[in-house]
Each structure stands twice: as C-alpha cells, then as structure tokens.
Design a protein around this ligand. Sequence first.
Ligand code: PLP
Length: 377
Amino acid sequence: MIGSIVYLDHNATTPMHREVREAMEPYLGGARGNASSMHALGREALRAIDRAREQVARLINAEPDEIIFVSGGTESDNMALQGAARARQDHGKHLLVSALEHPAVRRTAQALQADGWDADTLEAGPDGRVDPVAAVARVRPFTSVVSVMYANNETGVIQPVSAISARLPEPRPYLHCDAVQAAGKIPIDVAQLGVDLLSLSAHKMHGPQGIGALYLRTGTDIEPLLHGGSQENGLRPGTCNTAAIVGFGKAAELARRSLSEDAAYVAALRDDLEAAIVTLVPDATVIGRGAERLPNTSNIAFPGHDNHELAAALDQHGIAVATGSACASGSSTPSHVHAAMGLSAAMSRSALRFSLGPDTSEESIARTLNALRSILG
Ligand code: PLP
C-alpha cells in the first residue's frame, strides 16, 4: 500500500526502503564533497561510493571493480550494447538480441543497425522463453554481442541465460544480460550465469530512481558512450551522484538479506491472486504460467475486455496496475512480448500486469479482488 493506494506496479518502480532513505540522507547536502576531490570530504564521499560498489557487487557475486555506476537500467543497456559493439567491431558487426527485450535494448540494437551493424532477433516460444539451442544456432563467427534478459518485465518469465552461455561457440561473442527486473527478486550470480555484461537499476529494488550499474566482467572491452573525466575508470565520466549510489548500495545489501524470504512471501500472494482471478473469470489466462517466472509478477489476459479500461476502472478503486511495461503503457500497440509469444493482438490488449512487492498485504489482494468483482460484474 502507498497511502490508501493498493500498489501492484512494482515492476514499473518500487517504493524506496526506509533504510535506503536514511543511508542517503547524510549525502543529500552538497557539502559532503565531490568523490574526486583530494580533501577529507572528497575522500569520505569516495569511501561511501566504494562501500556501495562492494554492496552491489556482492548482490551479483561480482568483484567491486567490475561495477560501473550509471544513471539507470536504460543507460546500462545502452552502454553494454553500444559500448561492446563498438569495441568489438573488428571482430564483426553482427548482434543477436532476443525478441523479448526492453526497448532500452531493442532500440539500441536498432540504432546500431542504422549505423551499419547487422542485428538479428532471437525468437521466443509460446511459453515466453528463448530456446537456448535455437539461440546459439544463430551465432555466427562474426557475432560480437548476444543480449538476452534475465527476467521479462511484462510476463516475469525467466530466460535460460546460463544455458545460452554454456553453449556459446568459439570465437565467443560477448553475452549481455538485462537483469533489471531480476535484481532483488531472485538470486543473481554472474559467474553461474556466465555473462560478460549485466545491467541493473536501483529503483526496481527499493533503491532511488536515476541510478543503476553495469557489471563488466574483468577483461571485457567496451567503448564509453560519454567522454570527460576519469570517474568509473574513465568509462562513465561525470561527477558521481554519491547519495544515489549510497542508496543503491543499501538497497542491494537489504535485497541480499531478505531475498529468499520476500520471494516466498510474494509468490504465495501472487499465486492466491491468480487462483482467485481464474475462479472469478474462467476464461482469464495467466500469460507465461507454464514457465519459471519471477515470484512477484502476474500477467493476465481478460478476453473480451480492454486493458486500458480495466486499468482505469481499477485506478478508480485505488488499485494501481499496469497494462504492459511502464514505457509502453498508454499506447494501444499490442505488446511486442506478447506478439513474440504468438498471442493475438486482441488477447494482448486485454492483459493486465499485476506486480507485487514485499509490502503487498493480504488485505491489498482482497481489495483488488473485490474491485475486480465489482468491475467485471
Ligand atoms: N530493462 C528492463 C527489463 C526494465 O524493466 C526497465 C524498466 O522498466 C529498464 C531496462 C530501464 O530501466 P530504468 O528505468 O532504470 O532506465
């Protein structure tokens, strides 16, 4: 709940954790120094950033010097794809990007195509997953980057990233993974995933908005998108946002601590919600149900209904849900994720996304079901 609102849109953004806000507070006044300054205040800011780098690294089993702080998931995805593609162009100008990716990856691949790269799409099956064998069969000797997300933002379906990594042929392309939705919801281990680049965003895991990270495995080459000072090893110049970075670090530490307990709690509530909706609306379809999914996400089609009308009606009842991903909601174009799964446009336009969080209560679920009962008659 946020005030009196039942908030079921955690995949769009999450409420900031109280301890995150408290950790950031001392750094919100500018007098805390620039982390690049030599004096005591600057050194203290740098120490705080280094601590956060360790906290974020620990969440994904990386080394602290493999973490580059950036402005969020979108920048991290851009930096991974553009940076790696440009650094490896002598190797080849071919990219493979899954059909399920967030626009931060898809549109970056399109921009690279406009600049002379060849980008192919890895199709998904009706279960919302990319098939690892079929994906790897598309790799060519001159493929420089493959990008497959960890968990989809609309359906929550988890992708077989480690299976793809294990099968990648030599010469091995770089493997990028957008883990923005997975972080804080399921464990992430970059070594076990076998990825070279991985993207994170703090506001999806109870941290502040406008801060994220790119994991860059030691030895991975990228070209910076920005040019300037030597911050973040010269790969992401610009004065560091100390308060946001400290908040991200705290959010990572809290997520690591409570991840398995939170996952079990939200999965049980999510399953109850789905069971009750399917009882209430017998032809309702849980999209991606057959596959392994994030514990908090439920994407449900209500055949014969318009998802914008349903979401607006729920909003009137004080229930916040999404019609698709946050960046595509408001558009009447059917979701590219649903299209990739072979769902009809009509089915896609009837789908709502409910994304729960550890702050979601049983009462919130009961209120949501009551609202749906009164809306659907
Ligand atoms: N990647 C995925 C899978 C997302 O869901 C989002 C946000 O919705 C992003 C990237 C972009 O992250 P940010 O909002 O931090 O730019």
